[in-house]
Design a protein around this ligand. Structure first.
Ligand code: AMP
Length: 305
């Protein structure tokens, strides 16, 4: 089954302590759509300006990403610039220019409205709600968010939460949202705001998953070489949503979501190996499955003798 992906499509400038690159393809939807496309067809929703490379539309086509819902308008594409410190965990936003995003009110193509699975990747929660309202009873809705929305548009976020099934956010955001220091308490509290499931990402320390009476904790794939952490969270969300849409089909269960979380982590581990989407562009499903199996072996603590 297909997954509809809404989010930002951006041109990024990224500086790490060793390298700096500009005009890179980025944005939450760009990462999430490509990650999801390894498992299921994608219907992409976003907006770009006339400075956006036409070749990206060809790339999406080659990956079975439907771009009918991507508007090309007069003006400049959304731009974001960030700088990482030495540990590559902390990042400072250097600049953001909304550009064509400022007046973006997407009207979904008719062919998009019945899509069964939805990923509302990171973008203003009012836009996430606006798109969700145009969908006809999707089976499962995943949403991602960030500190900016918790701090500046909390009421919009609270409006969105009862309409979604899984919220994905990182540890500091979960603490900020609930004012809880314990992530366990934070996860449980967020469930009470609406979503049946909550996934809390802890960067290089893995992720937690909360269901009604269920709990799952996994590590992150240990990587020796990280070149650009940008988009790891979006890739994680895209991998999770794509896996659910493409392989689960019927009822989404906690058991499926556990696996989806590992696939999300595997995809994210590839994304950070190169700048922008470069590693995802030449990734194969065999490489993904191989890393998934390694992950499985690494996570066992009772090994058969
Ligand atoms: P992540 O590293 O997963 O947090 O995602 C980084 C991506 O998010 C970059 O490619 C940016 O273009 C995009 N981004 C940054 N700020 C925003 C924002 N306010 N809304 C939507 N996307 C954003």
């Amino acid at each position: 089954m297909s997954v509809l992906v809404l989010g930002s499509i951006a041109l990024d400038t990224v500086k790490t302590p060793v390298e700096e690159h500009s005009d890179l393809l980025g944005g939450s939807a760009s990462y999430a759509a490509v990650a999801a496309s390894f498992f299921s067809p994608v219907k992409l929703v976003g907006v770009v300006g006339n400075d956006f490379p036409e070749s990206e539309f060809d790339f999406w086509k080659s990956r079975k990403i439907d771009s009918e819902g991507v508007q090309r308008v007069n003006g400049k594409t959304f731009r974001w610039s960030g700088e990482y410190s030495w540990d590559l965990n902390t990042r400072e936003t250097r600049s953001v220019a909304l550009n064509v995003f400022e007046h973006f009110r997407p009207k979904l193509p008719e062919s998009y409205r019945k899509t069964d699975f939805v990923l509302l990747a990171n973008i203003a929660p009012a836009l996430q709600t606006h798109v969700l309202q145009q969908m006809e009873r999707p089976r499962f809705v995943v949403a991602d968010t960030m500190d900016l929305w918790i701090e500046t548009t909390r009421a919009d976020l609270d409006t969105l939460l009862p309409g979604i099934d899984l919220l994905i956010l990182n540890d500091s955001e979960a603490r900020e949202m609930t004012k809880e220091t314990s992530l366990i308490k934070a996860g449980r509290r967020i469930r009470k705001l609406g979503p049946s499931y909550v996934a809390i990402k802890k960067g290089e320390h893995g992720a937690l998953l909360f269901g009604e009476d269920e709990f799952f904790s996994c590590g992150a794939y240990p990587l020796e070489d990280i070149h650009d952490p940008t988009g790891a969270g979006d890739t994680f969300a895209g991998g999770m949503a794509g896996y659910i849409a493409g392989t689960v089909g019927g009822k989404v269960t906690f058991t499926n979501l556990r696996k989806a979380m590992i696939y999300g982590s595997v995809l994210a581990s590839f994304a950070v190996e190169a700048f922008s989407l470069d590693r995802l562009r030449n990734l194969s499903i065999d490489e993904i499955n191989e890393r998934y199996e390694t992950f499985k072996l690494m996570s066992q603590f009772e090994v058969p003798v």
